[in-house]
Design a protein around this ligand. Sequence first.
Ligand code: ADP
Length: 688
Amino acid sequence: MEPAREAEEPPGSPALPAEEPQGAQPAGPPPGDGALPAAAGRGRGRRGAGPKGPAGRAVRGRGRRAPGRRGGEEGGRAARRPRVTVDSSKAKTSLEALKISLRQLHWREYPFGRRLPCDIYWHGVSFHDNNIFSGQVNKFPGMTEMVRKVTLSRAVRTMQDLFPLEYNFYPRSWILPEELPLFVDEVHMMKDSDPSWKPTFIVKPDGGCQGDGIYLIKDPSDIRQTGSIQSRPAVVQEYICKPLLVDKLKFDIRLYVLLKSLEPLEIYIAKDGLSRFCTEPYQEPTLKNLHQVFMHLTNYSLNIHSGNFIHSDNVNTGSKRTFSSILCRLSSRGADVKKLWSDIISLVIKTIIALTPELKVYYQSDIPAGKPGPTCFQILGFDILLMKNLKPMLLEVNANPSMRIEHEQELSPGVFENVPSPVDEEVKVAVIRDTLRLMDPQNKKRKDIQSGALPCLSNCLCCLFPGHQGSHLCQDGPSQRLRNKCQTLEHVSEANEELLDIGPADGPEHETTRTLEPDLPSLCLKQVFPKYAKQFNYLRLVDRVAALFIRFLGVKGTTKLGPTGFRTFIRNCKLSNSNFSMACVDILYIDITRRWNSMGIDHKESGMCLQAFVEAFFCLAQKKYKSLPLHQQVTSLIDFCEYQLAVLDEKRRAACHADGPHLTPAAHPSLLSRTASASKLSDYRNHR
Ligand code: ADP
């Protein structure tokens, strides 16, 4: 896409640091300095002191670039490239990290928005913005809803029903209040069958964050029913009693994951994340210590209030560390960190596979196909707990992971200071910057033109293995300061780069990015999907059910299926017969829809939501293919429905063809999907 230009930036004008009309653009770094990935040379900034940025923040002490200083090859290259424009007016707490990233990329920031469209809109909270018709937004519609504790648990539960072994990385969970009786019964049954089982459970209010309202219990009868459970749903989950400890402390991992595209599915994982530590030595839960949050909950927002919290400038120590430092430590103890990393990749891909079906329903509702609208991408924060045996367990997914790179310190009562947090900055700035590099609209254009990988110009090890940039430098590559930075990071990268299973560069985009931005480090985001698609595609059954659901939604812009749509689905897929009349179909629809709607998930629209449709679909599959395991029943029914719909599409097209003009598939897009239907037909026939 050609980025729109404003009148004040004529085509071909040199790419100087963005001068906002309002004069509020923060100072830019001198050439070369902009590429520094992290906190080099940053001091403490007392709140309120120093020049203010657009949001009234203290702006970092970097020198403004002298106009015209940017010369030579870089200036020439930048001058030829129209600069990518980014609207940061809604970036909220991610603003600081975003600004640093944009400076490093020499992209143009619009901190107060812009009359003309921007290439990228950076939102701090959610997708919703009615005025974006083009470009890219860093949020997906519906993501916030999808990762709420209850919705995530439901989505994972559906996958656990289909693939129990593959989805055993999520603790057994029950949704309150509707599953309270089930929870009580199941726990009693399990205790009866194994009297030595002394479980602990953790109760987490839906939509809560930062440990808000969370408590531990030993018995279902300890659930606090007083009012709140009814008004605020919650998830009760088996508590992982034997976490891996470091320095006798419980910790969790925050990993950053980029969902680059939903269709086709593209997922990237950041090579480094954060480890957040408890501040009291861990003991397995007993009635005496259940309430000790500094021992059991790893939330930064809680532990920061403990007197034991250690702020550290060193990535290897303190209450917040890089994940790579933990991996190095584990590796030095002889742990199989390669396996751990591959288990984490698998956990991330499977979780996103569980989320995509409903996300697609939200997406088609907010951005209907054929209407102008932006495309989306999103950085997600995965919270993962390692068990003692190094098995990673998913705790939750954050749609808005904190991108703050500083924290507040109270010097004396009422006097606060904003203190940079080098650990946060190192990880988060790299994640934002490299997300932007991957989403660079000009890369896409170049890729389209080149239609293939660009050979790396310098063709050296650091380009093939991103982790080696510190030890093997491109001849024509990074600035000296960046090299120094790379070398200081070497302890993080050297051993664990291999351990993190860093393979060759991640495809054409990566190559293009590196070739055009030699002063930036290699991407910290690693593609895992479609790279490992072959291993995981068999899990994407609910995606196919969602495609059927969306087909019958009818009116664009809805997320729920009406009774007529459901009947049409049954008729078109030939699922009704003498044993299963249309009256039975109606009863099935009413029963399931009423139950799901009574759970109070979404009252805005009436009708059958995707999860209810999935339940109805599973019922139909069980009826039709009795003796098979559930995932085979569902696969068989999906194949059957897709076949019936392909036959129907063929018939309709044949009828149109007889009446209308003759077109080649390439000349008419709708005929391209005919080829897809025809191939579904032949697949099904061959399969049978
Ligand atoms: P929140 O969104 O409020 O942070 P989380 O689900 O992340 O909620 O839980 C908060 C903390 O509680 C986690 O960071 C973790 O330390 C602990 N925790 C959550 N679930 C479990 C569990 N099943 N087993 C052990 N610890 C857990």
